[in-house]
Design a protein around this ligand. Structure first.
Ligand SMILES: [Cu+2]
Length: 353
């Protein structure tokens, strides 16, 4: 049983990788990230600074990244910053709304797995009208991931026409499967401007596919160009957070296909003497009492998969799809505690007399 729960913990720690966990990516790096096929990743970075007195006004720097995974190794996406580098003249001087579109091909590895990962990211920065690119490498061993990137751009934002190259490096150190620290720095090769840097504390939100970070940085945008250059003005540090949201497209199937067909799993023929609804990501009646030889039927009324997984040796259910049911007969008296594997906070008890 101990081995089983360790395996489950391993699953819980590994599962969010396809969901782009911030435990595996520092704030201004992470060019080896590719969402799983069928997943659209939405990441929201919000940074701000408070201007000096007398106004003390808050100046916000919101950034959005949206990227879709195709197969295991390809992604297409876009980044948008509503207030980019405070461009005074040169490329992109007319606006501060920065959009970057990018493709990504992960040539080797999977983020978070031990060993090396390598990916190429061709991109186009619409504000600078610049063809950009990044080659990113990461290396993971245990709780540590190291990152490096080489970047090139044909027209630097805020300059008049010149091409440039930049390098970046950083790390993630995971204290446990839920908490980690990270930092990075990125700089142009012949820096006439400040290097970009960041530091963050990162959290995987238990029982969810989301990760969250609290961060400090001097970079205004999340683009290849924006993460290579620290803000010239203000010289203040920007503080903020990032929240990552993976959207599994198959979860939206009920919007388009009506109610899914009922599916009966387990021992559907057994005479059931107790019913447990799975609804609102809860087992509706947490404790049911039956006699030995009787069966319980669980019915999934949620639009997502659940399981009935016993904490002891009793064999549990496969994933129960929406509108599916699962019947299990209990032959021996005892107290059977169980949970749902994707949602470990869902718990229930079957008492067999
Ligand atoms: Cu569940």
């Amino acid at each position: 049983m101990k081995r089983v729960s360790l395996a489950l913990l391993g699953l819980a720690a590994a599962a969010p990788l396809g969901a782009q966990s911030l435990l595996y990516r520092p704030p201004n790096l992470g060019g080896t990230w590719v969402p799983d096929g069928g997943v659209v990743q939405f990441n929201f970075v919000h940074r701000f600074y408070v201007s000096p007195g007398p106004s003390h006004s808050v100046v916000n720097f919101p950034n959005f990244t949206i990227a879709a995974g195709f197969g295991r190794q390809i992604a297409f996406g876009s980044r948008f910053a509503t207030r980019s580098l405070l461009v005074g003249s040169g490329n992109g001087a007319l606006s501060s709304n920065e959009t970057e579109i990018f493709g990504r091909w992960r040539v080797h590895g999977i983020e978070g797995r031990p060993g090396f990962g390598v990916a190429v990211t061709p991109a186009y920065n619409l504000l600078a009208k610049s063809v950009d690119g990044e080659v990113a490498v990461d290396w993971t061993r245990g709780g540590l991931t190291l990152h490096g990137a080489a970047r090139a751009m044909s027209r630097r934002l805020g300059e008049s026409g010149n091409a440039a190259a930049a390098f970046a490096g950083g790390f993630n150190a995971r204290v446990n499967p839920y908490i980690g620290l990270s930092a990075d720095v990125g700089s142009f090769v012949s820096p006439a401007v400040r290097a970009a840097w960041s530091a963050a504390i990162n959290f995987l939100i238990p029982g969810s596919p989301h990760s969250f970070s609290l961060q400090a940085s001097n970079a205004a945008s999340a683009s290849i160009q924006g993460t290579s250059e620290g803000l010239a003005t203000p010289k203040n540090i920007l503080y903020g957070f990032e929240f990552t949201i993976p959207l599994h497209l198959k979860r939206f199937a009920p919007w388009f296909h009506g109610s899914p067909k009922p599916v009966a799993l387990g021992a559907p023929g057994a005479a059931t003497s107790a019913e447990v609804a799975m609804t609102g990501v809860k087992f509706a009646n947490e404790t049911v009492t039956i006699s030995a030889g009787q069966a319980v039927r669980w019915t999934n009324q949620d639009p997502l998969e659940h399981t009935v997984t016993f904490d002891g040796a009793e064999p549990g259910s496969p994933p129960i799809p929406p509108n599916g049911s699962y019947v299990h007969r209990f032959d021996k008296p005892g107290t059977y505690t169980y949970h749902c594997t994707p949602h470990p906070f869902m718990k229930g008890v079957v008492v067999v007399k």
